[in-house]
Write a protein that binds this ligand. Structure first.
Ligand SMILES: [Fe+2]
Length: 244
């Protein structure tokens, strides 16, 4: 199904086609409407700060200038999902690995691997929040310390999965999404707010022992109270990882 294309290793803005712009617009408009009232304020603020909109595909150079000023982060372009070592090394250095290609119109609802709509629309706005990025960077640093310890690395991957990708947040206006895997998927969004899925309070020990599947919508979501809670959870995470 995936079209046979060369995945660029850096963004050359002039190389985007009319179809790319149409795909970005369609995905952006569909998702932003679905997210109305159910996404974290911090995400919406990030979209605004970075000037993301349906009309133009984000220009990484401009995005990086803004991010650098706000949080010191930047996008590092990769052709496909980065391998763990490259991914975690980048995080530790405040770099978020992202693709810069878009799915085709044919693939609009089905995608074999994350493209820049997932990476950029769903992840990058969150890089404007300092507590969130502190947590994110800490995961990278810890993962590098543990890079040769498969079991512990798996625990960190679960933490990443149940927060950065599939995290929910309890607010005074109800539960909101901040996980990129939910933000960029209509099915996941529906599932997260349905009675079919279980929502439980954020607990690092439980998350680190919770397996996940990548081929189905999630059965369980962990709910934080704030990004400050995430950022403050690192002592508990370290304690759990380094006990005896
Ligand atoms: Fe992702």
């Amino acid at each position: 199904m995936s079209r046979n294309r060369v995945k660029p290793i850096e963004q050359v803005y002039d190389h985007y086609t009319n179809e790319d712009f149409s795909v970005w617009k369609l995905l952006y408009e569909t998702q932003i409407n679905s997210l109305d009232g159910i996404v974290a304020e911090e995400f919406l603020k990030g979209l605004e700060i970075l000037d993301f909109n349906s009309k133009k595909i984000p220009d990484f150079k401009k995005v990086n200038e803004k991010l650098d000023f706000i949080s010191g982060w930047s996008i590092k372009t990769v052709p496909n999902i980065a391998q763990p070592k490259e991914f975690f090394t980048s995080l530790a250095n405040k770099k978020f690995t992202s693709t810069c290609w878009l799915r085709s119109m044919e693939e609009i609802d089905y995608l074999e691997e994350p493209d820049m709509f997932h990476d950029v629309f769903a992840h990058v706005p969150m890089l404007t929040d300092i507590d969130y990025t502190n947590f994110f960077q800490n995961i990278g640093q810890l993962a590098l310390e543990l890079i040769n310890d498969e079991e512990k690395l798996k625990k960190l991957q679960r933490l990443y999965w149940f927060t950065i990708e599939f995290g929910l947040m309890e607010t005074s206006n109800g539960k909101k999404i901040y996980g990129a895997g939910i933000i960029s998927s209509k099915n996941e969004m529906k599932n997260a707010f349905s009675n079919k899925s279980i929502k439980i309070d954020f607990n690092v020990v439980e998350i680190m022992n919770q397996d996940f599947r990548i081929d189905i919508v999630q059965e369980k979501y962990f709910v934080i109270k704030s990004f400050n809670q995430l950022a403050s959870s690192f002592e508990d995470i370290r304690r759990e990882l380094f006990k005896n």
